[in-house]
Design a protein around this ligand. Structure first.
Ligand code: NAD
Length: 352
């Protein structure tokens, strides 16, 4: 029998496929807006500039200082640029950092947002904003933060380096893995999770061999959209708590940390969520933890937290912080078991 559920569907307009970048001008009009501030990181400024040229007088200006972890100081500077340029909407071109900046502005002034997503992190379809001030990261969940329009044009992901493609794809998979056992899961979010992981699995296998394979890049964005949608719909558990702890308190890089921790967090929860995880385990030779580890290894992904600069002496503190104020998790959070999970992830060992 289908279990009872509540499903709060996030609104949003998705334009998917190579060439959809052409639609930005029409989409600005569709929002009833006239002038867009275009956001990017310094690294993607040239792409943002090209987009500005493409939309001509609809571009009010550019702000290319998006930074990781969405620092509030950068947001306030971007808001000044928004006011000064006379913009009435935002176009964010980039990954989670640039999208975070757009969300942070929209949270404050309710500006409509168009996102052109260029990584697989999934932030573009969530009503979640993480931002940092004085070294402290806080998260808000607010419908105002959810972008109105998302454009997935895989031609913009061809140059995403293979290593980043792999870690970003594993980051997306982590949303789906946690989604299948989420307390507030529903049949649709679970379907999206399994299909998202399958699409990313198949696409990443091709991308590591042929980074410019447009069909594979397109399939990876399809998987990223599905996995991101799961993140935007249901609650996350131990895996995300561990990654937030390692990123927030030890300054480890976001996507790489997700990539390394995922097989271990999945193995931790496997005994408590065997039925829910089974369709995903089936995608990885029947074993969710070991299978994900082997898959990550086959892609050349980083496998060990020690390679990200974490010291073995920091693992005790990491375990203490990770078990403090835990998110809901299918398996009870046991400090000893979490500490040995971290040890294995630090060493890069295959989960048992
Ligand atoms: P990112 O946005 O930080 O991008 C990393 C670097 O890659 C940047 O220099 C960027 O300009 C560059 N880049 C992006 N796309 C590229 C492309 N196609 N080609 C070449 N270079 C490209 O990386 P990310 O992993 O997408 O985002 C991480 C951030 O997003 C973290 O701060 C994380 O907390 C946040 N995030 C938020 C949510 C949410 O729902 N709020 C979800 C996932 C991630």
């Amino acid at each position: 029998m289908t279990a009872s559920f509540t499903y709060q569907i996030n609104p949003g307009r998705i334009l998917f496929g190579p060439g959809t970048l052409e639609a930005v001008a029409d989409e600005i009009g569709g929002l009833g807006a006239k002038r867009a501030l275009i956001l990017s990181t310094p690294f993607q400024r040239a792409d943002a500039q090209k987009l500005a040229g493409r939309i001509g007088s609809l571009a009010a200006g550019m702000f290319s200082e998006a930074a990781t972890h969405t620092p509030v100081a950068v947001t306030l500077k971007a808001m000044e640029a928004f006011e000064a340029s006379g913009a009435d909407c935002l176009v964010a071109l980039g990954g989670g950092s640039t999208i975070g900046l757009g969300k942070a502005i929209a949270w404050r002034n309710d500006a409509p947002q168009i996102v052109v997503a260029t990584t697989y992190a999934g932030s573009e379809v969530t009503p979640i904003l993480g931002q940092t001030e004085n070294g402290i990261k806080t998260t808000v969940r607010d419908p105002k933060v959810l972008p109105e329009v998302v454009i997935y044009d895989a031609t913009l992901t061809i140059d995403l380096p293979v290593a980043m493609s792999v870690t970003s794809g594993l980051n997306a998979m982590a949303h789906a893995v946690e989604g299948v056992y989420a307390r507030d899961r529903n049949p649709v979010s679970s379907l999206m999770a399994v299909e998202g992981v399958r699409a990313l699995r198949d696409a990443l296998r091709v991308i590591v061999k042929r980074p410019d394979d447009l069909p594979a890049r397109t399939d990876a964005l399809y998987g990223a959209w599905l996995c991101g949608s799961v993140l935007g719909t249901v609650g996350m558990s131990l895996h995300h708590k561990l990654c937030h702890t390692l990123g927030g308190s030890f300054d480890l890089p976001h996507a790489e940390t997700h990539a390394i921790v995922l097989p271990h967090s999945a193995a931790y929860n496997a005994p408590a969520a065997a039925a829910e995880l089974q369709p995903l385990a089936d995608l990885f030779s029947g074993s969710i933890g070991g299978g994900l580890h082997d898959f990550a290894r086959s892609l050349g992904a980083p496998l060990a937290l020690k390679d990200l600069g974490l010291k073995e002496s920091q693992l005790d503190l990491a375990a203490d912080l990770a078990v403090k104020n835990p998110y809901w998790n299918p398996r009870p959070i046991e400090r000893t078991a979490v500490r040995s999970l971290l040890q294995r992830a630090w060493e890069g060992a295959r989960p048992e």
